[in-house]
Ligand binder design. Structure first.
Ligand SMILES: [Zn+2]
Ligand SMILES: [Zn+2]
Length: 213
């Protein structure tokens, strides 16, 4: 699991002096590709039984019975250039419904996201890279040994690379992006939950990796 304190440190280290002040004055933004509604309540109503059942049986196959009881997956129609989300330790996966237009992409992305959860679970308190050795091992265990962080994905209308990985420093949400966030962008769920839906830099997305580099 990512340790919020460490991520905060990384984030703060990147901004200094007047730059930090200017950054705070700039218009801020809560993510458009929202992982949920603006409600502070967990989005249980959107659960998709077929997706959830797929995750459940994959986890049971790995002997992760406890996780199988927690996992839930859903379609998030508000996603645009985001393929999927994985939220740990909530064991929640959200997928872009447009994946259904492309052969095999639902299953592959579901397993990609599930591998993040399995990797974090196995790592326990140890901090791991989002697409590091633990994640690759989980991909292998989940039947997608050739999966890569910058797997080609046909979103939104053409084939593009989801090369960027961000995380909410507060709740650990992992976000795969095709494009960089152009403004300071924060996790909608955390802003809703803790700040009445307004932007707060505590919930800002932190860039974890750029597979294009
Ligand atoms: Zn990933
Ligand atoms: Zn968050």
């Amino acid at each position: 699991m990512l340790k919020p304190a460490q991520l905060f440190f990384d984030f703060q280290a990147g901004i200094r002096g007047s730059l930090a002040e200017r950054a705070l004055e700039r218009p801020a933004y809560v993510e458009e590709d929202t992982p949920c509604t603006a409600s502070a309540e967990p989005c249980v109503s959107g659960r998709d039984e077929a997706l959830t059942e797929s995750c459940r049986s994959l986890l049971l196959g790995l002997g992760l019975d406890g996780a199988a009881g927690l996992v839930h997956a859903l379609w998030n129609p508000r996603m645009r250039s985001t393929a999927g989300y994985a939220r740990y330790p909530a064991w929640k996966i959200e997928l872009n419904p447009r994946l259904r237009e492309f052969e095999g992409q639902v299953e592959r992305t579901l397993r990609h996201e599930l591998a993040h959860l399995v990797a974090y679970h196995r790592a326990g308190r140890r901090r791991i890279e989002p697409h590091g050795a633990e994640w690759r091992q989980a991909c292998t265990d989940l039947g997608i040994p050739d999966e890569t962080a910058c797997h080609r994905l046909p979103l939104p209308r053409r084939e593009v690379r989801r090369r960027l990985t961000y995380s909410c420093a507060f709740c650990g949400l992992i976000v795969h992006r095709v494009k960089k966030f152009r403004r300071h962008t924060a996790c909608r769920e955390c802003c809703s939950k803790h700040n009445r839906g307004r932007y707060d830099s505590r919930y800002r997305f932190v860039l974890l990796s750029d597979a294009g580099k």
